[in-house]
Design a protein around this ligand. Structure first.
Ligand SMILES: [Zn+2]
Ligand SMILES: [Zn+2]
Length: 248
């Protein structure tokens, strides 16, 4: 059972939602999945006879996407920036108050919109990020590198959406039984502790940049061998921020 402050926030949020958006959770999920898969399939269909050097764009794009995921989440999603205030409002003020480490699961499909990016974000990712970089690669490298970049970037975006979606499904759902999803979900659950969210576990997918920048947060094994809730490797960083950038 979610704690009272989460129940109160969910009730208020649902009451303020536009009519018609309540039943569209699965449609939202299917649209995100199919549109991303269509973009990946189309990009891959344009690739032919890849040379080894061209194939390197795949791991390079993966690492770049991991860095972007980390920096955007650690930056404007958790620190209010004037031009990107919408990200802070959607993420820190809404997503993190709707789901806390004590109440991670959606109640109904209508809650999916608090987890998934809005469909327009898919167009922003496709048109605003993937397309310009792809055009640059077309111009300075080869068509194969451009299409491989699009395919990898969109696959990464969809992996982000699917994993984050899995973290917010009810415990025991089929997909959450996978050991990999379970391990990643634990990390994200720690991130949803309001006192830790502005300090650790900013990677939603694979925690490469958290490891690189020293922001990995883990449960600590206590003296009696049991798991103790929410202690961090770097304890001084785990205090809630006093600059008003943790939560409203
Ligand atoms: Zn989340
Ligand atoms: Zn967050």
């Amino acid at each position: 059972m979610p704690p009272p402050h989460v129940l109160a926030f969910r009730g208020q949020d649902r009451a303020e939602r536009r009519p018609g958006t309540r039943a569209s959770g699965w449609a939202h999920f299917v649209f995100t999945s199919l549109a991303s898969l269509a973009a990946v399939t189309f990009a891959l269909s344009r690739v032919e006879r890849v040379r080894l050097l061209e194939a390197l764009v795949v791991p390079a794009t993966f690492l770049f996407a991991n860095l972007v995921e980390y920096l955007v989440h650690r930056g404007p999603m958790h620190r209010r920036k004037k031009l990107l205030a919408i990200l802070y409002e959607r993420h820190t003020l809404r997503h993190h108050r709707y789901f806390t480490h004590e109440a991670m699961a959606c109640d109904t499909a209508a809650d999916f919109s608090i987890v998934l990016f809005p469909p327009v974000m898919l167009l922003v990712v496709l048109g605003g990020v993937a397309l310009p970089v792809a055009l640059l690669l077309f111009a300075v490298a080869t068509p194969n590198t451009g299409w491989l970049f699009v395919a990898t970037a969109m696959s990464y975006f969809l992996t982000y959406e699917w994993l984050h979606f899995a973290y917010h499904l009810p415990e025991g759902s089929r997909v959450t039984r996978s050991p990999l999803v379970r391990a990643l979900r634990k990390r994200h659950t720690l991130h949803h502790d309001l006192g830790r969210m502005a300090h650790e576990n900013f990677n939603i997918t694979f925690p490469l940049c958290d490891w690189l920048f020293g922001t990995l947060g883990r449960p600590k094994i206590d003296d009696r061998g049991g798991r103790r809730e929410a202690r961090v490797a770097r304890d001084d960083d785990a205090r809630p921020s006093t600059r008003g950038d943790t939560h409203a």
